[in-house]
Design a protein. Sequence first.
Length: 360
Amino acid sequence: MSLLVDRRTKDTFALGKPISTSKQHQTAVAIVGYDEPLTVLTEYPKPRITHPHELIIKNKSIGINPVDWKCHQFRFGIYHFPWINGRESSGIVEDAGEEVREFEKGSKVFIVSTMYRDNRTSTFQEYVAMDSRLVWKLPESIGFSQGAGIGVGLVTATVILLDSFRLSLAENSQHGKTLLIWGGATVVGLYLTQLAKYLGFKVIGIASLQNQAYLQELGAHTVIDRNLPVGQIIDKVSKATTHVDFGVDCASRESTEKLVQILSEVNGKSLKARYASIVSSHEPASDLVEKREVRIKRFHEDIEFGHQIVRETSKLFETGKIKAVRTKVFRGGIWSVIDALNLLKNKGAQAERYIVELDN
């Protein structure tokens, strides 16, 4: 059996098949070096409660995100080796801190981790630690696999609306206004579409037309082919609405530039649209639009704000106002994380979430 040493603690971890039965250890998928392949660690420390509001959750399904392979390939957001990725999952509460009131052992939950420096909250492992105030109860109508794919997309979409655009989640509060989403078939776009419909927006999604029916089912008023020249997209947006109040880009730096051009030309000087980009810090020059930052980390840095997101979106799931998006499920245990990441990297996802079901 080969071994791996954590350079911070000098602890040693075994590599190979999951043979550990220790209550202090678990199996995890880790980055062990920038130039090394992902590795399954079978004797990785199980997280423990360190705060009275924390839960220990046994994962049942894990969500896969593009950032989980990008940070490895492009060498960012990794602070030590071994490093655990994974930003969302669903599972069962195994233990709770003394200040936890909303959950008990056996509660079914789903989570999103925006605490990128704390490996205890990363989800490519059998167990995860999470502040209970930032945890959702899994609705009876949603299974573990669907629940595991909700977190990142939902939180990002809600942060954009509540924090970036300073709106509320009041039903029909934005009636008469228009939201343009470039990347409408991304997971963030799918949840933005649903939330925006609930708020009363006219939603225009720019996406591949193969996802048109699904986007319209979720609430998009108009879907425009992202492969068209930008001039034709501007013409189609202008036919669909007289103005665009807000724009969100979920795709790339290039599409952020196109989004700004569209907002500027459709509105002209009659309305200064606000926009946000989740993928680009580059700010195209235009006096006709106003850029708003997307502060994902506020979800965990401001506990009351994060709890507000959990509380308000939980009601929307319970009442059927928003639904979990489609999933592509990988079965075969935690090793399937590696297969799913490789497929996501090489092929991408089409209006769906990649989910790994654990066999524990």
